[in-house]
Design a protein around this ligand. Sequence first.
Ligand SMILES: [Zn+2]
Ligand SMILES: [Zn+2]
Length: 239
Amino acid sequence: MDAESRTGAAGSGPHLGTGDGDPAGAMPATAAVRNRFRAKTPPGYRAGRHVALVAAFVAAGLVATLPRALPFAPSDLAWIAGFLVLLVLGEYASHRWAMHVAVIPRAVHHRHVVEHHGFFTRRDMACEDRDDLRWVLFPPWALPLLVATVAPTAALIGRLVSARIAWLFLLEVVAYYAVYEVVHALAHLPTEHPWAGRPLVQAATRHHRVHHDPALMDRWNFNFVLPLGDALFGTTRRR
Ligand SMILES: [Zn+2]
Ligand SMILES: [Zn+2]
């Protein structure tokens, strides 16, 4: 089933076009989809408050984990590298097989494919308004949910290795989440933003833009921070 028909099957979602591959003009303008989503935004929504809440959860996570992960030891580097691989593959798996597959909970698929991919297509990657961040950032409760999800893994590490290494793992989970949010937001920066022209931001946008093509999104470029899972599973696409 292709991206469009699957989105249609999801019910109330937007009609996704084919990014920049629709010379006949059959694709509905992203503007119409965006306006429909914006109309559903609660009037009290403020992107600044959303960012502040996400930052507060990240800060609380760092404050809770960093002191318990100290003092660092040289051997921690091996743990940090191992955890990084685990997190990159976890990001890949959850993006490819949870966000892009309409399994339970469907809300995850709806939020990601219908809303995020509906709002940002290959042709229209940039936020036009600060409050458009609502469709980029995870909801503020995503980090507590993520920590709860990985808590059994942390408990296992604590049992098999040590409590300090378990805290090091949780510290890395929080840091990875923060980096993901920042890099993802940079990939959707308004084109006129002074950072939008920076080489690293352009590289992140270029890579992510391919994934935002509705015809390609179910198959390519699922990793974002480090494309390790894409390299491993052969899902890297440059254009
Ligand atoms: Zn995106
Ligand atoms: Zn996606």
